[in-house]
Design a protein around this ligand. Structure first.
Ligand code: C2E
Ligand code: CA
Ligand code: CA
Length: 592
């Protein structure tokens, strides 16, 4: 630690040492480089005790896994993690509940990258906030220093950490000024909404560090191609926006074409040439009274059209254009009818024991036979069903249909009575006070053994309101049904909660399985998830297994169950039954 923390900041060294929360600075691998006095007195360690240790070495095993599966990836993707509930083992070997927040400082010049970590106890957090305010107000901080510290804090809040561009809040603040200054004289304000095509694929295949590098490169290119007067912001992930006033609509679309051109030139990432394209939605202020939000929203609608027609192009929003919210409303109406008219279908995807290949059960996946658009995947309508509340009747129907089908199969072939039937629950259903009664009635109606039913709930749904989720899960558990955490690894759950939730399995998200054998980081994450599941005494399930190599790797890591195209796609009931007949007779899955 040096005591000069940059010009204009309060005496950072003193602040660092005495802030009423523990501060740690670590290198990229988590190795501790500096700690403050508060951390030492809270944990009971001395500085020499901590020499050579990693932050995660101070945690119990479960939290170590949490740190490597959530904290590190999150730091790499978003650059920061906030308020992860962990435990720190003190010098007296006693565990201390803590809230861990961390931010990554990328390498700059001579300096290596590092990770700054703040550890609070809940009580200390409140103290810290008070302290922050009073530190700024402190009498010994001169007026000008205080002003520049405040300015610095303000600047940080308005800028994107990764690219240095404005963030959403920064854009809003700036646009208000822009609009106020805009006199409309012969020029029109336009928004260019930029979204990279297939960024997720790049991110998934090259890793998040490369993804970040790409975003930084893209930000640089947008800056160089835009006019000096433009306001540029990164709105989220791979979404950027450029706002400026132009002579004409043509001048705005010419700017969009120029941006596309610049973005198409390959970017060098770790010696690899990556070609990326983008889509741009353009909107030009239509009337004096239009607000900036309205302008950005129209640019977003045009962007949607550019994407839908294949990407790598710009589209201009015509003020007469239909609003997709109208489409959404129509879809809600159609879906409501679809649910009552029997237009939903359930497809079943088998899950198998990795070692033996024996079939363990099936997962129900809903489809919608739309009157004009054909058979729709859940991605086309589950979001709409969630927003409109239709996911409750939809979910109830899927559950009942699954149990009805199970009953029918059981009558045809008693051996299928051993299968476990997995059904997905949405966050919205989890908060439904009627949920438990609905499940209970459905089980009774089909005389189904509750243990044969497994309800899958995404990690994100569990973590939005952990306390409420815990109470619903406990009630469901009391019914005797099995519970699974779906898409594990994509949100950030706290191990403390995971230990409390009465779940029976973790389903590792398929994005990590896809990286097996391709990305060392993914193998480490999958291995940690499996260890984490086993550490809390539950099964680990791999989703999206597509190749024999992935299956092999999972077996080697001790994963219990698997599901994926390698074994079978989701199939309609008759085909699933045929698959079961062909594959489960001898308890072995044939080579696909
Ligand atoms: P999920 O629960 O994670 O379901 C697994 C998804 O992965 C399914 O997509 C499945 O078709 C797909 N998949 C399975 N094996 C492979 C593979 O080897 N490779 C790849 N690339 N994909 C594979 P699907 O059917 O489109 O479902 C998407 C999501 O929609 C589900 O994700 C689930 O979150 C949601 N969903 C599906 N049915 C229901 C339902 O009845 N209720 C609710 N609330 N959500 C549902
Ligand atoms: Ca699922
Ligand atoms: Ca899943």
């Amino acid at each position: 630690m040096t005591s000069s923390a940059g010009p204009g900041l309060p005496d950072f060294q003193a602040w660092f040492q005495q802030a009423p929360c523990g501060y740690l600075i670590a290198d990229d691998a988590g190795r501790i480089e500096a700690v403050n006095d508060t951390f030492l007195s809270w944990s009971g360690y001395s500085r020499p005790d901590l020499r050579g240790l990693r932050v995660q070495d101070l945690m119990p095993v479960g939290d170590q896994i949490l740190y490597s599966t959530h904290c590190i990836p999150q730091l790499n993707i978003a650059g920061a993690v906030s308020e992860l509930a962990v435990e720190i083992i003190g010098a007296d070997r006693k565990r201390r509940a803590a809230l861990l927040s961390a931010a990554r400082f990328p390498a700059s010049g001579e300096q290596r990258g590092s990770v700054g970590i703040i550890i609070f106890s809940a009580h200390e957090r409140r103290l810290y906030e008070k302290e922050l305010v009073s530190a700024l107000r402190a009498a010994e901080v001169s007026e000008s220093r205080r002003a520049s510290a405040e300015k610095e804090l303000h600047r940080l809040a308005l800028h994107d950490r990764l690219t240095g561009l404005l963030n959403r809040a920064g854009l809003e603040a700036k646009l208000d000024q822009l609009l106020a200054a805009h006199d409309g004289r012969g020029r029109s304000l336009a928004a260019l909404y930029i979204d990279l095509d297939h960024f997720k694929a790049v991110n998934d295949s090259l890793g998040h560090a490369a993804g970040d590098e790409l975003l930084v490169a893209v930000a640089g290119r947008i800056k160089s191609a835009a006019l000096g007067t433009s306001t540029i912001a990164r709105l989220s992930g791979d979404e950027f926006i450029v706002v400026d006033s132009f002579q004409s609509t043509q001048a705005a679309t010419a700017q969009a074409a120029g941006l596309l051109e610049t973005l198409r030139t390959p970017v060098l990432l770790g010696g690899l040439e990556v070609v990326i394209s983008a889509s741009i939605g353009v909107a030009v202020v239509a009337e004096e009274a239009e607000t900036i939000e309205e302008l950005v929203r129209r640019a977003d609608i045009a962007l949607y059209r550019a994407k839908a027609s294949g990407g790598n192009q710009w589209e201009l929003h015509r003020p007469t254009e239909a609003d997709p919210t109208a489409d959404r409303l129509r879809t809600v109406g159609e879906l409501r009818n679809g649910i009552s008219d029997g237009a939903l279908r359930v497809y079943y995807q088998p899950r198998v024991h990795l070692r033996s290949g024996a079939v363990d059960g099936v997962e129900s996946l809903v489809r919608w036979q739309h009157p004009t658009r054909g058979l729709l995947a859940p991605s086309e309508f589950i979001g709409i069903a969630e927003d409109s509340g239709l996911v409750r009747p939809l979910g109830a129907w899927v559950l009942d249909e699954t149990l009805r089908q199970a009953e029918r199969w059981r009558k045809q072939d008693p051996a299928t009575g051993e299968l476990q039937y997995a059904v997905n629950l949405s966050a919205r259903q989890l908060n439904d006070p009627e949920l438990v009664r609905m499940v209970e009635r459905a089980l009774q109606a089909r005389q189904m053994d509750p243990a044969r039913l497994l309800l899958e709930i995404t990690e994100t749904a569990l973590m939005t309101d952990p306390e409420a989720a815990l109470s619903s899960l406990t009630d469901l558990k009391d019914l005797g049904v099995g519970l699974a955490v779906d898409d594990f690894g994509t949100g950030y759950s706290s191990l403390t909660y995971l230990k409390k939730f009465p779940v029976d399995e973790l389903k590792i998200d398929r994005s990590f399985i896809a990286g097996l054998g391709l990305e060392a980081g993914d193998a480490a994450i999958v291995a940690s998830c499996i260890d984490l599941a086993h550490a809390v005494g539950i099964r680990a399930v791999a989703e999206g297994v597509e190749t024999p190599e992935q299956a092999e790797a999972l077996i080697a890591m001790g994963c219990d169950l698997a599901q994926g195209y390698y074994y079978a796609q989701p199939l309609p009931a008759p085909l699933l039954k045929a698959w079961l007949d062909a594959n489960s007779k001898d308890g072995l899955v044939a080579e696909p």
